[in-house]
Design a protein around this ligand. Sequence first.
Ligand SMILES: Nc1ncnc2c1ncn2[C@@H]1O[C@H](COP(=O)(O)OP(=O)(O)OP(=O)(O)O)[C@@H](O)[C@H]1O
Length: 356
Amino acid sequence: MPTATSPSPNSARAPVIQLSGIGKTYRFHRTRPGLRGSIRDLFGRQQSERAAVADLDLTIRSGEFVGLLGRNGAGKTTTLKMLSGLLRPSTGELRVLGHEPYRRGFDYLRQIAIVLGNKSMLWWDVSTRSNLELYEALYDLDHRDFERSVAELAEMLGVADHLDIPVRKLSLGERMKCELMLALVHRPQVLFLDEPTIGLDVVSKAAIRQFLAATCAEQGTTIILTSHDMDDVEQLCQRVVLIDHGRLRFDGTPEDLVRSTRPRKTVRCTFADPPIESPAPDLLPTGVSLIDADPTSGQLIFETERDTVAELLARATQWGGLVDLEVRDAELDDVMQAVLSDMPTVAGESAAGDRR
Ligand SMILES: Nc1ncnc2c1ncn2[C@@H]1O[C@H](COP(=O)(O)OP(=O)(O)OP(=O)(O)O)[C@@H](O)[C@H]1O
């Protein structure tokens, strides 16, 4: 399990988001089971608390596209909610664009946007255009700038034909694109995305990823994304921040995460006529292992240290009949699976007092 943090590749740019010792503890009450339990609850409820985020230090710079990763319950949404001002941190100092987000000052809100994949910000009974016009009034946008933004966003997202249809009649993919339009119509500097591609088909996912990549690259928008879809992360994020039980476990590039977790390379050799199914270990360079052999397709798959790849390729060429080969790092998906299954599953909950 990697614990190291590596410096951001964008360290020359201005910090936009700064978290120092940020923690969030939820307080809630537990209900007792059964009728007797409900009656006892009337006279005093069991209080509990859960530390969802603890001691988080992080700096994110202008124009970065950062993936906030972790398994279910790791504290990603809580972190995004603190960043966007929906929640106030219990401890620590948090600044986004120089503002304390929880104050929800208008100056701050007009510079950010949040898109929650499982919660709509659009008003369902009216069209997307009406929703956009509401935002135009809310943010007091210049009408010509607004029209230009709407036209550009609609073209980039391919939703020009859907703008005048009531939101409830849109498909999930169409609605998600309209959610993004609504979030970006006032040209925010920072965009928070919580699972924006959840439940979408491959075509819609690809369109949204392309749009987000262009928004970050062309507009310079700083984007923080949480997603369980590692293709989102691999294709979009220059940096990944891995949290577990609300604590920072890794901060670096996706490539660094892969290398520090699964440093070995996979070499897939395809032979016209597979020469060996289970090669004797002395046929392979030291440190190379055969992890799969498929005589039907003629494929042999090896795992090897980086510096043994060339030697393995030289041997494979000598075996004859080599028609194709592929050398690659482990997939981010496999890496995340390895990293997450490595982490202990303790619940960060404690009784805060029992007012019986
Ligand atoms: N309002 C709340 N009251 C009490 N506990 C909460 C509340 N909201 C979240 N939690 C708890 O805080 C922890 C972190 O939740 P959070 O939603 O931030 O996780 P997450 O990483 O976004 O998970 P997922 O990937 O499943 O969305 C979880 O254990 C969750 O049960």
